[in-house]
Write a protein that binds this ligand. Structure first.
Ligand code: FES
Length: 129
C-alpha cells in the first residue's frame, strides 16, 4: 500500500503551468496542471538533453520542452514520435484538493540521473606532464 506525501493544493499550481518539488537528493520533480485541472508529475528532466520540463508549455496532456521543443506526454513521460525517450513519471493522488506524491517514488525514482544543465558547460583542461 502506497504512502503519500502532501505537496500543495491543486490551485497552488498555475493552470497550464507547473511547480517544482525539491528532493533531498536527485533531480527535482515537476508537478503540472492542465486546463482540465488534471495533475501530473514527471522528473524535471527532458529525456533529450535534460531540459527543465517545469519551464515548458503545457497543452492537453503534454508539455513542450523549453530547450528544443520536444513534446513529452504527461501521463507516461514518453517523448512523442518521431522523438524517442522517456523521463520517469511519478504517481499522483489528489484528495480533497491536495496533491500528493508517492513517498517511495520520491525517495527512489531517477536518483541516478544528473540535474539539467543550463548554458554551456566548462570543463577543466587536464594536461599530462
Ligand atoms: S532538452 Fe528537451 S527537447 Fe532537447
Amino acid at each position: 500500500m502506497s504512502q503519500w506525501t502532501p505537496i500543495c493544493r491543486v490551485e497552488d499550481i498555475p493552470v497550464l503551468g507547473s511547480r517544482r518539488v525539491a528532493r533531498p537528493q536527485g533531480v527535482d520533480v515537476a508537478v503540472f496542471r492542465n486546463d482540465q485541472d488534471q495533475v501530473f508529475a514527471l522528473l524535471d528532466r527532458c529525456p533529450h538533453k535534460g531540459g527543465p520540463l517545469s519551464q515548458g508549455i503545457v497543452f492537453g496532456t503534454s508539455v513542450a520542452c523549453p530547450l528544443h521543443n520536444w513534446t513529452i506526454g504527461l501521463e507516461d513521460g514518453s517523448a512523442k514520435s518521431p522523438d524517442e525517450g522517456c523521463t520517469p513519471r511519478f504517481s499522483v493522488l489528489v484528495s480533497d484538493g491536495v496533491v500528493h506524491l508517492d513517498s517511495a517514488e520520491l525517495a527512489s525514482l531517477g536518483l541516478g540521473l544528473e540535474r539539467p544543465v543550463a548554458g554551456p558547460v566548462r570543463r577543466a583542461l587536464v594536461v599530462a606532464d
